[in-house]
Design a protein around this ligand. Sequence first.
Ligand SMILES: O=C(O)CCC(=O)C(=O)O
Ligand SMILES: [Fe+2]
Length: 302
Amino acid sequence: MGIFDSISRLFSRQQSTATPVPPAIQYADFSEVPSDEDIPYIDHRVVDESKLTPAQREWRRDGVVMLRGFIPDEVTEAYIRRREALGKPPGWLIATPYMHIPEMRDLALYPPLMEKLQEVIGEPMMLHLCLTGWLSSQRGWHQDDYLNPSFVNSWYAAVWIALGDIHPDSGPFEYVPGSHRWPLMRGEKVRKFLTPEELTRREPKTGYNHWERYAERFVNPAIDYEVATWDRKPVKFLAKRGDVLIWHGRLIHRGSDPNVPGMERRSLIAHYSGINHRPDMPVRGQDQNGQNYAVFETSLID
Ligand SMILES: O=C(O)CCC(=O)C(=O)O
Ligand SMILES: [Fe+2]
């Protein structure tokens, strides 16, 4: 072997074995392992796998249920028309636009979808948050459940409803299969690392304190490190209109960076908690099919 071969082999070996460096604030610093009695049965350390449905088995293994072609065009149509009429790529800026837009409620509470949610979580679910942007959120890797009070304990799921063909360059939803078994991030543990200014800062348009965004400065590097050193690789949800992905409140996921900034990505994202696990959301409504949503007195802002 010549000297140049040796040098190039050495160089490539150094590159491929380059170990990611653990950041100062680590994932373990803002997460904990929840006890079985606090979380849904399907997430317990030991369950009788022979009694699980295919969707429950997928949920337990991967932390998602992927439902291709699940929602017929007739069901997505009315909301798509309403959302198109708004015209603004970021969508409505409040967390609960479904309070004002019945077409959104009808879609997010589509009965077969609510049935699937109950099948994996183990109790009826209640809608309380919708994200209506037709762009990638570009949020870094995170679990969702830490945005809630700790008593929610993963009685929580979100759905990604594709409303058009999702272009790979638009920044698709991306997740790490199996990461729903990682320790559970806790909001109060994350907030301990924020400054007093960050804890009281208010966004001008909505008045919201987005502590979770300010925390990305240390949450992102901590999870990037875990993802880079974990043995299962991230998956992008490349979807067509009517495809749905349900994901676990503890699943690591992100809105990936678009290769073409500003490229349209048509979806409705809806978040739900178990009806018996939201004492902080006591006022509820039911739609014509008896599906539950949390009632908030808000004004619609776009
Ligand atoms: O942009 C995305 O697809 C990610 C959205 C997200 O993280 C969420 O809805 O919890
Ligand atoms: Fe999320």
